[in-house]
Design a protein around this ligand. Structure first.
Ligand SMILES: [Cu+2]
Length: 278
């Protein structure tokens, strides 16, 4: 009887170790989907970690909210946009009728700077803010990331979508959070991933298409904004106080400035990037 039990146990261990999907909790099924249940568990875990780490109050309603808004520009002659060599993957090429340019540095003719991540870097102390319901979306369309630069709350899931009928692999390169690298070979494929620790910025790359780079700002609060073509940003509903506001750009790094806002006050600031000195 004991021998039989031992044999069963042995077979069980063999099966467990032979199947990496069973051995690794983070493993997706064969199509790269994360089980909804698992995603929910990850979120619940992130929330409980949050609860433990933060000592401050939960701010459900901001009293006398202030607004910091403004514009990000580039002063001077920006780099000449380079064409993406999409013929490296014909599936990518046929999705575009016009040439596609690299998007590391996106400056409009009037100097407005797009894809700059503006966020509150300091000044919120231990204040905690409710997390939004639902996931942020990160799509792969025409062999480009949409959005390329975006913010998400720590513990908020990111739904990663492949809208292309070609293989992308989504490879997260993080310092504070866990890296992952998952192939997404089928159009319409979706998966959910969550970064639980604050980090600016987590880099996302596709190893198949080297021009595909994305950046995720993982925030402990809701005060962040990615500029569009007009370069403008707005951080509304801020508790009155003194803040360090940062503007981050993927090639030029981060510039910061301090600003104080009073109750119900709106203040404008501008960030000006320049060509780095050699
Ligand atoms: Cu790709």
């Amino acid at each position: 009887m004991v021998q039989r039990l031992m044999a069963l146990l042995f077979v069980g261990i063999l099966m467990f170790s032979a199947n990496p999907a069973l051995a690794d909790e983070d493993e997706e099924d064969e199509f790269g989907f994360v089980e909804e249940e698992q995603a929910a568990q990850e979120q619940a875990q992130a929330e409980s970690e949050d609860e433990e780490s933060g000592s401050g109050e939960m701010v459900t309603e901001v009293k006398d909210p202030a607004v910091i808004k403004g514009k990000v520009t580039f002063d001077g002659q920006g780099p000449k946009p380079k064409k993406i060599k999409m013929d490296a993957d014909p599936t990518c090429m046929v999705m575009h009728s016009e040439p596609v340019f690299r998007k590391e540095v996106l400056i409009s003719e009037d100097g407005s700077f797009a894809n700059v991540f503006v966020y509150v870097k300091e000044g919120l102390g231990g204040m905690k803010f409710p997390k939004p319901d639902g996931a942020a979306k990160f799509d792969q369309i025409g062999c480009e990331y949409t959005p390329r630069v975006f913010g998400v709350r720590a513990g908020q899931p990111i739904e990663i979508i492949n809208s292309d009928a070609t293989l992308h692999n989504v490879h997260a390169i993080a310092k504070e959070n866990d890296d992952f690298n998952i192939g997404m070979p089928v159009k319409g494929m979706k998966l959910k991933k969550t970064f639980n620790k604050p980090e600016t910025m987590v880099k996302m790359v596709c190893d198949v298409h080297p021009w595909m780079n994305g950046y995720v700002g993982v925030m402990t609060h809701p005060y962040f904004f990615t500029t569009g073509k007009d370069g403008v940003f707005e951080l509304p509903n801020l508790p009155p106080g003194e803040y360090t506001i940062a503007a981050w750009q993927e090639k030029l790094g981060e510039i910061t400035q301090k600003i104080k806002v009073g109750p119900n006050e709106t203040k404008e600031i501008s960030f000006v990037f320049t060509r780095p000195k050699k």
